[in-house]
Every structure is written in C-alpha cells, then in structure tokens.
Design a protein around this ligand. Sequence first.
Ligand code: TPP
Ligand code: MG
Length: 325
Amino acid sequence: MADPDDDAQRSMYRTMVLIAACDDALRSAISAGTITMAYYSPRGQEAVAAGFAAALRRDDYLVTTYRGLHDHIAKGVPLRPLLAEMLGRAAGTGKGKGGPMHVVWPETGLMLTTGVVGSGLPIAAGLAWASQRQGRSRVTVASFGDGATNIGAFHEALNLASVWRLPVVFLCQNNGYGEHTAFAEHQRTEHVADRATAYAMPGVTVDGNDPLAVRAAVSDAVVRARSGEGPSLVEAVTYRLYGHVFGDRMSYVPAGELDAAWEAEPVGRFRRLLLERAVVNEEEATDIERDCARLVADTLDEVLALPEPAAHELMTDVVSGITHA
Ligand SMILES: Cc1ncc(C[n+]2csc(CCOP(=O)(O)OP(=O)(O)O)c2C)c(N)n1
Ligand SMILES: [Mg+2]
C-alpha cells in the first residue's frame, strides 16, 4: 500500500506530537501534585494510534483500554471533554463520572474504553455484528495489549468473529509487557499474530513504531472487513516508555532495554523521516510541536478551573431507569 500524501503524513505527525504533549503535561501535573489520578502512560505507542486512525473513517468504531489516551486523541475525541473526563470534571465525555477508564465519544466512533483486560474484544465483535446486520460498511477496531491475548475473551471473540465473518480488526499493541511480566514469560508464541492461524484469519506483525507501516497493515485489514471477508489480527510491536502505571520504577526491565527503546522512540523517528523526505521543514515541524504544546497547556488550565459534577448527578446515567438520587 502506497504511503498517504504529504498532508496526511503531516496530520499523522501532528497526532503523534499532540499525544506526546498531552502525556507530558499529565505526568508533570501528577508529579507536581496539581492532579491526582491513576495514570497509564501511552508514551512510546503514538505511532500505533496515528497509524490505525489514518486507516479509518470517522464513523468507524473503536474499542480501547485504560492505556487509551493515544487512541482517544487519534480517533478524534476533542481535547477539552477528554481531559475534563480524566480530571473528573462535569464537562467531561461522561460528565466526569467515568474517568480515564470509561471514556466514550460516539460522535467520532469511540464506543468503549474499559479497564477489564480483554473485555473489549467480545464487545467489539458485537458492534461489528450490529453493523453487519444493519448492512452498514462500518468497521470496528478493537485495540488491546499483548497481555490481553491470554484471556479467554480474546479467543472467544476471534473465534466467533471468524465464524460469522464480522467486520472487525483486532489490533494488538504489543508493548512487551503485561503489567510487570515480559512477553516471553507470558506466552510461548513468538508473535501474537501467530495466533490468527487458529481462527483462520490473516495475522500480521508490523513495526508499531512506524505509523506508515501500521496504517498500511490496518488499511489492508479494513478493506477485507468492509468487503465482507471478515476479521484480521494485526500486531503492532512497540514499547511502553514509562512502564505500567505512573510511578512504576521499571526495576524489572533488563539493563539497556529502556535505553534502546528510547533510541527507537516513534515521535522523533517520524520527525526525522518527514524532514528527510522534505514533507516538513525544520520550521514547520517546530510549529506543529509548539502549537500542540500550547493547545495542551491552555486546555489543561481551562479544564482545571471547571467544576466537578454536582452531587445530584450521583445516580443519573449510572443505573438504567434511575434519573434522580
Ligand atoms: C480481567 C483483568 N485481569 C487482570 C487485570 C489487572 N491488570 C491490569 S492491566 C494488566 C496487564 C495488561 O497487559 P496488556 O494487555 O499487555 O496491556 P498494557 O497495559 O501493556 O497496555 C492486568 C493484568 C485487569 N484489569 N482485568
Ligand atoms: Mg502490554
């Protein structure tokens, strides 16, 4: 698959820079004590998100996980309601009552964020089944980690999606660890994509630090899904640069591994490629970086000043059928 045009590549770079800027700002604010939250940094996985989102239409669905900030931004959730939700403000995507593990934004196809490992895959299959029954050409992407591929729900979802030829793309962001357990210690398969064979669907492993490679692989899977041929498994190999959860000292990571991962860091790498190909010049790249940093800083300031949900909102939209406390 040919690379997208220069505008699209610049836009992918902007998405990656915005994710990294947002992550930087959140980590700084947590360190400074300005905000308090459990935070799962997606730093290092920017290229996966920018790549898959560039292969999708706005109305295509996405299901993702607690390490989902990069996916949310790439799928077009506006920064203000996204940050407001993460910080528990009433202007958030879920009125500040869901928090970062429950971000939804159906306007751009973000249907679910879940903290229950593996649970998004059967739900993605269900969304794809709905699209199939409605005769829509919409595709659903399920984004999940390498650890999730050891959960029963992964295998059940892939099996049924294959049997019913559902328009779903299973996208594994293999960042090398499930919590503190390295990939080689939690499964014997060399590649997650090898598991696709068991469900008679294509399985491909790509460089998850290369947004163009991710876009190409997901585009192939999307074409297949839209044309009624069924699901695919795409494994994007990447790395989580700040460990499992904010504050992780990463003492379990072998010496040298983290340094090598920073060398392969995707945002700087894509920047160098775009400069080399003259898709951007130094000034344009710096402008993008400055714009994103400013947008994130301004939005965060604005959101910090917003109110929390009112007490009378406690039970609304929480339990079906109950509208007042
Ligand atoms: C069903 C379930 N089991 C266990 C946990 C605890 N847990 C939280 S994150 C995690 C590891 C998941 O690893 P992976 O799927 O690779 O995602 P990553 O954090 O690397 O993005 C586990 C076991 C959980 N949230 N849900
Ligand atoms: Mg993982």
